[in-house]
Design a protein around this ligand. Structure first.
Ligand code: T1G
Length: 692
């Protein structure tokens, strides 16, 4: 065994050279790996005893891609494209032995090899588009040649991986290795040598791309199929263009075209935002005072109190992770309805072929419905998801404290109530916290872990481990009204409500926010969630547009009308002149003079307060770091990931510009617009949130 570089070794086994890479944590293709591969292939090629080469990685995975941490730094040669050229043109067969996740540059490296084998659990993908990029080392030219442009378009433009079985079906790999990968790869390679298989240079395979020549519909149909999902993103279109080049240009020209597109994307703001977000999402679970090795409790059994929309969705998260749930309701009909909704959700998933009928039964069998709170006595964690009423919650926590076993964790799903006040109802304050799921809880990946004052480190570490187990992106936040996400969100809602009284109309405000990149504007969203959330007929006095709409029975999409009208069975909002007129009349009644409101003002008044409130949340230590707030907004409120998140975006716009805007609105509307001291400080120091 000879070390080529500190991360690459060369081992000769009879007539086979193994290039063994060890670059934890994910064998990213950093400079020492690239150098080791280039030199290793050269050495193997020059050694006449060697008849073939295997490239294999140690640790958890085959190369998971280029080293994203190198981006933005001066490129060190050999760059990946040069390494792949050396592999591709090697006169001896080179075999990629794949396990884990062969992603991005990792899969591109495998594509430059002449053969590919993988274990059955391997996944192969080109997720560069999720970083605002495209495969920049030949992936857009080789993949279409191997599996055809249609399948390549999907893999490259959507960035989702395929498993080994599918990879074998579409000839992305040549064989699935059962048992030990190294032994299997050696055996495969011995056959290649013994039977003198001709080298299969992917760059020279033109049959599948030539077959697509003169069929522009392959690309136009595909573009149509992704238009909604990729609205606002630049990288997907670049991916389609690059695959187009693989069909219409010779390989080397296609490589150059791909390179030009890659360089353009890499220097753009969207890729900077999406790379930033990649690391931001991996920071959230890291707390300064909770080291990675903090011990945590095992959660073998859960209980959920309340089988409504939230309780049902929360239950599904646990059951999907194989954790049994005792689901408690106060009446049989509520329990039956809750269980029925859960079953229906699973049956819909099964009807899409995403799970089998027996999976549905298996998951349903993990749920035990009951009307008796005493039945949660053996749960390791109990999550209360009942009506947002402090008295009800206090009573439930007090009863749970006497029912549950000693170290059971008690959590509330409340979206803004004071967890410390709830914890005080128990004798186990170290085990009480908030787990704020976002609706629909079985779909949204975001979870706010609300860190109550007296929570123990073990319980906090347990909640972080549990979040990983139920596949949630957990952000730890402090106790305040609305914690972090909703507290920032309510600022946007306040301004949107003001704007339609001052002269804008719902459709104008919604268009500005939709065009910014959100999936929908604030009024379409209010209709979707239900305008009557928190409204009560008894106390309603028609003093706001919201109350007037509810008094009219216009609760939003669910009642066929709200701020907008909806055709039966359709969710498309239709402008309703009657409501526009109602808003105009209401302004008059309130003596609010209506005037022209520019789109730019609407944007600033809806977005700046989010940033300002985020800064206050950081000052109050309700959130650990600015990027945590960006992760909350991308995952909980649909902030377009190609703009990074509110705090990243504010840095891009420039905090001095934001500060100027806040001051301008403070003069017009008073201290609700007072700039957060943190923003003033950062501007004074010429810094941004990235320096926080
Ligand atoms: N570069 C650098 N660090 C990386 C990395 C990468 N490509 N991938 C992961 N890490 C770090 C990550 O930050 C974390 O660090 C640790 O590894 C574990 O990651 C030329 C240009 C492989 C599926 O986009 O999808 O190739 O927090 O927590 O959940 O065309 O990581 O421990 O310090 O995510 O088990 C294309 C990105 C790059 C794959 C593993 N490749 N990675 O998931 O662990 S661009 C990607 C992932 C490219 C070429 C282009 C996942 C994973 P720390 P983790 P995981």
């Amino acid at each position: 065994m000879a070390a080529i570089t500190e991360t690459v070794e060369l081992e000769i086994r009879k007539e086979i050279a193994l290039l063994i890479v060890d670059n934890p944590p994910v064998n990213a293709l950093g400079i020492s790996v690239r150098r080791g591969l280039a030199d290793g292939i050269q050495k193997a090629a020059d050694d006449e005893k060697v008849k073939a080469v295997i490239i294999i990685c140690k640790g958890r995975t085959f190369f998971a891609g280029a080293d994203i941490r190198e981006f933005g730094k001066p490129l060190e040669e050999p760059v990946l494209g040069q390494v792949l050229e050396i592999i591709d043109s090697c006169r001896k067969p080179v075999v990629a032995a794949i396990h884990g996740t062969a992603f991005g540059g990792g899969l591109e490296t495998a594509l430059a090899c002449h053969f590919r084998v993988a274990v059955s659990s391997a996944r192969l993908g080109l997720p560069e588009v999720k970083l605002g990029l495209l495969p920049g080392a030949g992936g857009t030219q080789r993949l279409p040649r191997l599996i055809g442009p249609e399948k390549a378009l999907k893999m490259i433009t959507l960035g989702n991986p395929v498993g080994a079985e599918e990879a074998l079906q579409n000839s992305l790999i040549d064989k699935i290795i059962e048992g030990d990968l190294t032994a299997g790869a050696v055996k495969f390679t011995e056959t290649v040598i013994a039977e003198a298989w001709p080298l299969r240079r992917v760059s020279g395979m033109n049959e599948k791309v030539e077959a697509a020549r003169g069929k522009p519909e392959i690309f136009s149909d595909f573009r149509k199929s992704i238009v909604r999902k990729t609205r606002g993103f630049e990288a997907p279109e670049a991916c389609v263009k690059a695959v187009g080049a693989s069909v219409n240009l010779p390989f080397d020209e296609g490589l150059r075209y791909e390179r030009d597109l890659f360089v353009k994307l890499m220097s753009g703001s969207q890729s900077a935002a999406q790379q930033y977000y990649f690391f931001a999402e991996r920071q959230v679970g890291k707390l300064p005072d909770i080291p990675k090795d903090t011990p945590y409790l095992d959660i073998g059994k859960a209980a959920v109190i309340g089988a409504g929309t939230m309780g049902g969705g929360i239950t599904m998260n646990f059951v999907n992770a194989g954790i049994p749930v005792t689901l408690v309701e106060t009446g049989q009909e509520f329990l039956d309805r809750g269980l029925g909704v859960i079953r229906k959700n699973y049956e819909i998933t099964a009807s899409k072929g995403k799970m089998s009928a027996e999976d549905v039964e298996k998951r349903m069998s993990l749920i035990t419905g009951t009307l008796s709170l005493e039945d949660v006595s053996d749960a390791d964690i109990v999550i209360e998801a009942v009506f947002e009423n402090m008295d009800i919650k206090k009573e439930i926590f007090s009863r749970l404290d006497s029912i549950c076993k000693k170290d059971a964790i008690l959590a509330s799903n409340t979206s803004y109530l004071d967890i410390n006040e709830i914890a005080a109802m128990t004798s186990r304050q170290e085990s009480v916290l908030g787990l704020h799921f976002f609706s629909p809880a079985n779909v949204m990946r975001l979870l706010e872990i609300v860190r109550a004052e007296k929570i123990s480190k073990t319980v906090l570490a347990t909640s972080l481990a549990l979040a990983r187990k139920i596949k949630k992106i957990a952000v730890v936040v402090g106790v305040c009204h609305g914690f972090a996400g909703n507290r920032m969100f309510s600022q946007r809602g306040r301004e949107a409500d003001n704007l339609i009284l001052e002269g804008a109309l719902p459709s104008q405000v919604d268009k500005v926010i939709f065009d910014f990149g959100f999936p929908m504007g604030p009024f379409v969203l209010k209709d979707l969630i239900g305008i009557d959330l928190g409204w009560s007929k008894e106390t309603s006095t028609g003093s706001t547009i919201k109350e007037i709409l509810c008094e009219m029975g216009r609760f939003g999409l669910k009642s066929g009308s709200g701020y907008y009208r909806y055709e039966k069975g359709s969710r498309a909002p239709i402008n309703d002149p009657e409501i526009d007129q109602l808003i105009v009349d209401f302004s008059e009644k309130k003596n609010i003079k209506r005037g022209e409101v520019s789109d730019e003002e609407i944007l600033q008044r809806c977005i700046y307060p989010i940033v300002n409130e985020g800064a206050k949340i950081l000052e109050e230590k309700i959130a650990v770091r600015p990027s945590d707030l960006d992760v909350i907004w991308v995952n909980g409120y649909g902030w377009p990931v190609y703009l990074g998140g509110p705090m990243f975006w504010a840095d891009m716009v420039g905090l001095d510009t934001i500060l100027e805007g806040l001051k301008k609105f403070q003069e017009r509307f008073g201290d609700v617009w007072k700039p957060a001291p943190l923003i003033e400080k950062l501007v004074r120091e010429g810094k941004g949130f990235k320096d926080f």
